[in-house]
Design a protein. Sequence first.
Length: 252
Amino acid sequence: MQTTIDLKQLSTAERSRLARELYGLHSEIFAGVDLDAFDRYVFQSQARESALRVYRDAAGRPVGYFVAHVYEHVFRGRPVAVCRGEVGFTSAARGKNVIATFALEVALRYKLRHPTRPMYYLGTLIHPSSYAQLHRFADCVYPSPDEPTPPPEVAELLMSLSEHFGLRAVDPARPLVREVGWSTRETAEEQRHWHGHRSPAVRFFLRENPGYERGEGLLTLSPLTAGGLLRLGGRFARSKVSRWLGARAARS
């Protein structure tokens, strides 16, 4: 069960009420952020567009949320659109690919209104699962196992965006690692799972961002063209069908 809300249609007070409603869930998933910061950073964003989707279990209890933003930024004298998001799911609800359709809806809606404007996804990813999902479905991701050092123009854009969003570098030796301040709560078993994972994307993330458990994020950029968004949607759909067929076979 899910509910979608256009945050830009709400007053400041109404957005703060939603922040209070979801802060308990957020604190169950993440450490390091108080209610005021959660409200300010996630719900009072200065983005051009902001939409919230809340996911609930059969009893109506929230088990996940995703806030999708579209910002506008000027790079080399030209406006670009920047998609960002804050997402959190309980351990039991993670890894089910439930947010991709919502992210696609928000991005495509903006892209259709501004078809010639360059669009990017920008993340400061604090968990290997997030990076692995993006790497799996997107056409192109910087940095990546295949291209650990972004091309000069991409690196320049990343630095411009990190300054625009106030993303402070953690270590000059790791220019793409930024201080986020919140970290995913994990059990020892979950940590062992990720540190023993064989996926090249997960291994790359752990190598590039070894301090993710302290709330450090890997600055990540993915160009979003109209064709790329459609291909992303196709990969997601195939993944859903494959998952459904696997579950059906297991029940047979």
